[in-house]
Design a protein around this ligand. Structure first.
Ligand code: FPP
Length: 252
């Protein structure tokens, strides 16, 4: 009997429990370049495989019951990469919108953009706006695409708009600042995953991620498959989120 209980506990620990699924998962999709290099392929091939992988992870998120997926696709710092790679990353977003929009829409995915549209080529800006508009009534999964996004930049823009709106100083608190961010109506990410083994947040959701659980895996993004996502979600389910409180104060 004791053994049975132990077995049951082990199964329980390795299982994905419906009430322990994070509502909002954010991913730093890192390691495309190293994935390609390890295979003697050009970096562009890593980004191509990374894009293919994104399709699979999107499907897996819907299947696992994740409600919001935020992906770090192009940071404000990525402009400093070689021009050809910047061009390729722009082209990828354009291709994803052109080729996948209908399919994403049919699967109930609501596309949102976080980041600065200014700075992106006008044609691509238009496509991003159209994709968001086209899918705005979908509710199966919110796909938040961080593109030309930086956490510090986001806070600078929020502060500028707060000043422009003449908000009185006594009205400025954490919830007001949250409402001025790109993610204003979304819950903060419960889980931030970073692939490729790096242990940094790299200017990603630095305000919203204050209490997010962090998960790092050595797997490069193109290899981060459904089972890898399952492992990350299971690890999340085993974390104790205390939000600054003590263990005793937390009601399971
Ligand atoms: C990091 O890998 C990845 C990126 C900067 C781009 C991520 C883009 C995709 C996965 C494609 C999907 C894109 C869109 C726009 C939907 P890295 O190049 O920094 O890899 P490395 O650290 O190994 O060099």
């Amino acid at each position: 009997m004791a053994l049975l209980t132990q077995d049951a506990q082990e199964i329980h620990q390795d299982a994905l429990l419906p009430d322990r699924i994070p509502r909002h998962v954010a991913i730093i999709m890192d390691g495309n370049g190293r994935w390609a290099k390890a295979r003697g392929l050009p970096r562009t091939e890593g980004h191509r495989q990374g894009t293919e992988n994104l399709r699979k992870i999107l499907r897996a998120c819907v299947e696992f019951g994740v409600e919001i997926l935020t992906i770090y696709a192009f940071s404000t710092e990525n402009w400093a990469r070689p021009a050809a790679e910047v061009q390729m990353l722009m082209k990828i977003l354009e291709m994803v919108i052109d080729r996948e929009l209908k399919d994403l829409d049919a699967n109930g995915v609501q596309i949102r953009h976080i980041g600065e549209l200014r700075g992106i080529a006008p044609g691509l800006q238009k496509k991003i706006r159209q994709a968001c508009e086209y899918t705005r009534n979908n509710h199966k999964l919110i796909l938040n695409v961080a593109f030309n996004y930086g956490g510090r930049d986001e806070i600078v823009h929020a502060v500028r708009r707060i000043v422009e709106d003449h908000i009185p100083i006594e009205k400025i608190d954490e919830s007001l600042i949250s409402r001025y961010l790109y993610t204003s109506d979304l819950p903060d990410p419960d889980l931030i995953i970073r692939t490729s083994g790096e242990l940094r947040v790299s200017n990603f959701l630095i305000w919203q991620g204050a209490y997010s659980e962090l998960y790092s895996t050595p797997t490069y993004w193109p290899d981060f498959d459904k089972e890898a996502l399952r492992s990350a979600l299971i690890a999340y389910g085993q974390r104790k989120r205390r939000f600054g409180q003590t263990d005793e104060q937390i009601v399971p």
